[in-house]
Design a protein around this ligand. Structure first.
Ligand code: K7E
Ligand code: CUA
Length: 765
């Protein structure tokens, strides 16, 4: 018997024997030998044991890291530090078809500024949606510093669903940060600018340039930001920086720090001192404290002013209503991080060696007593620095950001100039430990470290420079994330991970078991709108329709054919291809690429994707599936034929390179019958076991059943042609019947392997 199935079985057995032989030849090498050969220490082995994840193993935490200038988000696992995905957000990304199919182009188009399509973003701070201050694993938000925008990513499929453009800012940085129940996504300005789109000279900087904090309303049911229900609070033209939302004790408030409260405006080219000199003069800048809950009520009460069709609470209103306060913070601060219990706010000043721990209770008491140290030039009340401080601790040179431990009162601060992480106790105000990193750390991240209940265990240092840590790959180095074990008193560096994308500013890590991503879409799904696609089609109903001068092709993708396989249109037509992946099997994605039109689609199981383009020139354009989806993947192909205007088809019918006889047909039928015997034995093996206890196997069995139903259809066609003596078509359909059998067998074997590896029990004999 020479079926493919038998061949697969034989080949894998031979391969198994080969492996065993190789292992035997090397079995003399012991752990000691390997350590010597590779120059590893005991400490290295311990680190390896802490991070190594055996084949098939899963990670405890998943990290969502900003992808910096790539405009993407990186997903990797902890402790293995294996990269799992790049999520396309502000930048076209061909693997996911993002920016290449019509559906995702619409998402990117939401991010246009002044009508211009932007093809990148400078992503800085990802934020996971929260319920009661805990990560709930449902949504992810990330900001674009360069073009003030915020994106919404669905953690059910790790796809970008929405981009909103800030209606008043020209630059931002302090986003995305969420309030404890994801009521709002916070975004704060960086470089002040006029709210209007007009030219305003720098001589009017103090009066007409402004900062702001925008509170984007998130509608969880819809899974979208509602721009019409969002609002901003006007702020002075200080360079606002990072933000954080209060929680528990400080819930209802948000905190945004700033630098360059000198309001220096540069001018190096006309002999003035540069920004860096003018923006670091004063010993303190300002922490902004905003009562966002009250602000939202003020908007509802109609006390906001419409600017660019967006609700803005002016500084005058904010001051009058008592929702905006300033507190001095030393000097050129960067991070502002609220403690898990919401009682403290830690600010680190880049040009100061201290971290300042502010007490929310003290701040609130001063506000309630109207005990102010003065006002800024805009009339905003200033709280006294000394009276609001809980403590200040000398943590090192150039402290930037803070992350919390699961252990009470423990915080980790990144120290940029010293290239260190300092572990310290913010309740008692003392330093506990320091560790050197490589090199120049920016943000740092502990597991769920910005929630009400950090998980401890690990800390990641997001370093700005890699220098000599990896094999050189040219002047542009990879980024370097270093994994630090924080479960004991002493911090321990256990892994270096190069990241070959943009500069990851911040990252967030969530317990992997909180994420429940889907395996497939319901068939015919527009994943970007989260609804059934108007262009979906079921197998057997594929068709071409011309509407409003556009040729719509409603097609399907399944192992291993594209329907239709031949598309013919006249030059000058606009073609709109819609493909539905009708697979139900896990991980059976099909791609679609065609020469010369910048069309490249990714259709995951269930998804419907579209591509609309104009065919200007007559010609022959082959298309194919770009994912190696099955043994006959290379045959997953077709032709777009663009005929010249007025072309008349010649009479000649299609010429096949091979003709078949009754003998060929009989031979094929014999092969199919033999194959069916193998399939029957696999089916028997599976059904004799408790396969229904294993969801993945149930899915595989459903899929195999589909394939066998397709096989039955093809068998019927083959037999009908045979009955009429058309041996050509009979043989071809018999071959197609065989192809479906091979797919069923392939899936059956996968199910059998799964059962073997998971100790399935025999239930029926
Ligand atoms: Cu690079 Cu938070 Cu944008 Cu600090 S940020 S390092
Ligand atoms: Cu589908 Cu290859």
């Amino acid at each position: 018997m020479k079926s493919t199935v038998k061949k697969i079985l034989t080949v894998s057995t031979a391969f198994g024997i080969g492996l065993a032989w190789t292992a035997a030849a090397w079995s003399a090498e012991s752990l000691d030998d390997v350590m010597k050969r590779r120059g590893l220490t005991q400490k290295d082995l311990l680190a390896a044991a802490k991070t190594y994840t055996p084949t098939g193993g899963r990670d405890e935490f998943l990290v969502f890291s900003s992808g910096g200038q790539s405009g993407q988000v990186l997903v990797y696992g902890i402790p293995s530090m294996r990269i799992l995905k790049y999520i396309a957000v502000f930048t076209p990304e061909p693997w996911q078809g993002y920016g290449f199919d019509d559906e995702s182009k619409e998402v990117l188009a939401q991010g246009k500024i002044d009508g211009k399509q932007l093809n990148y973003g400078d992503t800085h701070h990802p934020a996971i949606s929260e319920t009661n201050g805990e990560y709930d694993g449902e949504w992810l938000f990330i900001n674009d510093k360069a073009n003030p925008r915020v994106a919404v990513i669905d953690l059910k499929d790790f796809e970008t669903k929405q981009i909103v453009v800030n209606p008043i800012m020209k630059s931002e940085h302090g986003g995305a940060f969420v309030t404890p129940n994801t009521e709002y996504v916070i975004e704060a300005t960086q470089y002040a600018a006029p709210y209007s789109k007009d030219f305003v000279p720098l001589s009017k900087f103090n009066d007409e340039y402004r900062g702001a904090v925008t509170y984007w309303k998130f509608n969880r049911e819809k899974g979208r930001i509602e721009p019409e229900n969002s609002f901003s609070v006007e702020l002075p033209p200080y360079s606002q920086d990072l933000s954080d939302a209060g929680k528990l004790d400080s819930d209802g408030w948000s905190f945004t720090n700033s630098f360059c409260t000198e309001r220096y405006i540069g001018g190096i080219e006309s002999g003035r001192p540069p920004f860096e000199a003018g923006c670091s003069q004063k010993d303190t800048d300002f922490l902004h404290m905003i009562n966002w809950k009250r602000a939202a009520e003020l908007v509802a009460e109609g006390k906001a002013t419409k600017i660019n069709d967006h609700d803005v609470i002016t500084m005058d209103t904010a001051i009058k209503e008592g929702i905006l306060f300033l507190i001095p913070e030393p000097k050129s601060p960067h991070g502002v991080d609220v403690s898990p219990d919401g009682k403290y706010i830690i600010v680190a000043g880049k040009l100061d060696t201290h971290a300042s721990v502010y007490s929310f209770e003290k701040m609130k008491a001063l506000i309630d007593a109207k005990d102010f140290a003065g006002t800024d030039p805009y009339g905003i009340p200033i709280l006294d620095l000394k009276k609001t401080l809980h403590t200040q601790v000398q943590v090192g040179l150039g402290p930037l950001h803070n992350q919390y431990d699961s252990k009470p009162c423990i915080v980790y601060t990144s120290i940029y100039v010293d290239s260190q992480v300092t572990k310290w106790n913010y309740c008692e105000g003392k330093v506990l430990d320091k560790i050197s990193i490589h090199y120049n750390i920016g943000h740092l991240m502990s597991m769920e470290g910005d929630t009400v209940s950090p998980k401890g265990h690990y800390l990641v240092s997001l370093n700005k420079l890699a220098i000599d840590r990896f094999n050189p790959v040219g002047p542009l180095h990879p980024q370097n994330h270093q994994l630090i074990d924080i479960s004991n008193d002493k911090m321990e560096l256990i892994y270096d991970m190069p990241l070959p994308l943009g500069e990851p500013h911040y990252a967030v890590a969530i317990s992997a078991d909180k994420l429940k991503p889907k395996i497939r879409y319901s068939t015919g799904w527009n994943s970007r709108k989260d609804e059934r696609s108007e262009y979906r089609v079921r197998p057997g109903r594929e068709r071409t329709e011309v509407a409003d001068g556009v040729t719509h092709v409603y097609g399907t993708l399944i192992r291993s054919h594209i329907t239709p396989e031949i598309i013919q249109v006249e030059e000058g037509s606009t073609v709109s291809l819609h493909f539905t992946n009708v697979e139900r099997a896990e991980d059976e994605t099909h791609g679609f690429a065609i020469r010369g039109f910048d069309v490249n689609l990714s259709a995951e199981p269930g998804k419907t994707v579209s591509a609309t383009f104009k065919v200007d020139k007559p010609g022959v354009y082959p298309y194919y599936c770009t994912e190696f989806c099955s043994a006959l993947h290379l045959e997953m192909q077709g032709y777009l034929l663009v005929t010249p205007k007025g072309y008349q088809a010649e009479e000649a019918s299609l010429q096949e390179g091979q003709s078949y006889s009754q003998e060929d047909f009989d031979k094929q039928v014999k092969a199919n019958t033999d194959t069916q015997a193998v399939i029957d034995s696999v089916v028997e093996y599976i059904t004799a076991r408790n396969f229904k206890d294993f969801d993945p196997v149930v899915a595989l069995v459903e899929d195999a059943t589909d394939q066998l139903n397709f096989a039955a259809d093809a068998k019927k066609k083959a037999e009908d042609y045979a009955a009429s003596g058309d041996w050509q078509n009979a043989t071809l359909w018999a071959q197609q019947w065989f192809q479906y059998q091979v797919k069923a067998a392939d899936i059956g074997l996968r199910a059998k392997t799964y059962l073997d590896q998971n100790d399935a029990k025999v239930v029926n004999q």
